[in-house]
Design a protein around this ligand. Structure first.
Ligand code: PHE
Length: 342
């Protein structure tokens, strides 16, 4: 019996086969149980020899069964490990992640710096009436500035009586909208897209400006100069950048100034904040009384400064980008080269 069952157990290849063997050998109606029942017919001497032997046989078969069962489980696990492998040393497929566009990033940097100076961010529509874009800014219909700005006019169907709309040519209309909405005093910047029909290495039909406007009881050009120098020093991360104010003309400021920042060229490389060269970066001035009045603010009580700066331009200067058009190409190789994409 022992040889028969131990042999069968050794040859079993799965748990189901083991269960069949178990029932046949040591089950309630198995062969060992039958033999046990025969003990009753034996003489006491015979019984004393056979009883323990049968019990031992039963134990031996049971432990062979459980050893085999464990062995089968191990083998199954080994087999799974062999067939379901994964080579974790293989290089993963590169996953390109989107990043913030340089223009958005620079807009955020600008807003963060001006926030420290007490300026909050204002917004206005990119499609605005020609009143906000021009008239309210002291640029009446015949004014040459309208022609100079290469304005995109929205088409109006015959009989459409809405006021003429334009793609805003600058962020200055937001000056008027903010004066109307907030009144004086106020301190805001407005970053955003603007549009002019122009295209070459330094001009794209859509580009970005950041407008600045501060209105209070006694604001002066000195406040403007200090504010801009604080801003440029923080933006270019260079202490004490100098600015140069050149007399200029804008219909919406009086007096007006174009502002340059200190720079120099060393071995064909532009160095901001060093040397005795100058780079034009923005237009500015004291808000014209007519503009304050158009925004509903009393020019006898309040005054302010305003400036408008090209975001794309200061981004080019900060990151050494030679061609403005690249900002709008969405060329991933370019974005990666400047560290703006992974
Ligand atoms: N709006 C002017 C431009 O687009 C810039 C400017 C803004 C100048 C505010 C003076 C004051 O060129």
């Amino acid at each position: 019996l022992k040889r028969k069952y131990l042999g069968q157990i050794a040859e079993a290849t799965d748990e189901a086969a083991l269960e069949v063997i178990r029932l046949a050998a040591v089950g309630k109606k198995g062969e060992v149980a039958l033999k046990m029942r025969e003990l009753g017919k034996m003489t006491p001497e015979e019984r004393q020899a056979a009883g323990p032997a049968l019990n031992a046989l039963k134990d031996e078969i049971n432990s062979a069964l459980s050893a085999k069962k464990a062995g089968l489980a191990d083998a199954a696990l080994d087999e799974r490990l062999r067939s379901e492998w994964l080579d974790v040393t293989l290089p993963v497929r590169p996953r390109r992640e989107g990043t913030i566009h340089p223009i958005s990033q620079v807009s955020e940097e600008v807003a963060a710096i001006f926030a420290e100076l007490g300026f909050s961010v204002a917004e206005g529509p990119r499609i605005d009436t020609d009143w906000y874009n021009f008239d309210a800014l002291n640029i009446p219909g015949h004014h040459p500035a309208r022609a100079e700005m290469d304005t995109f006019y929205m088409h109006r169907a015959e009989g459409d009586n809405r006021p003429p709309h334009v793609l805003r040519t600058h962020t200055s209309p937001v000056q008027i909208r903010t004066m109307e909405a907030q009144g004086a005093p106020l301190r805001i910047i407005c970053p955003g897209g603007v549009y002019r029909a122009d295209y070459d290495q330094t001009h794209t039909p859509m580009f970005h400006q950041v407008e600045g406007l501060a209105i209070d009881r006694d604001i002066s050009m000195a406040n403007l100069k200090w504010t801009l120098e604080e801003f440029f020093s923080a933006f270019f991360e260079i202490d004490g950048i100098k600015t140069r104010f050149r007399a200029s003309h804008f219909p919406f400021t009086e007096p007006s100034a174009e502002v340059d920042i200190q720079c120099s060229w060393v071995d064909g490389q532009l160095r901001i904040g060093e040397g005795d060269g100058w780079m034009e970066v923005l237009g500015s001035g004291m808000v014209h009384p007519k503009v304050l009045a158009a925004g509903g603010i009393d020019p006898d009580k309040w005054q302010g400064f305003a400036f408008g700066m090209g975001i794309d331009r200061i981004a080019m200067l900060k990151y050494g980008i030679p061609d403005l058009r690249a900002f709008f190409d969405s060329d991933l190789r370019w974005l990666r080269h400047y560290g703006f994409a992974s």
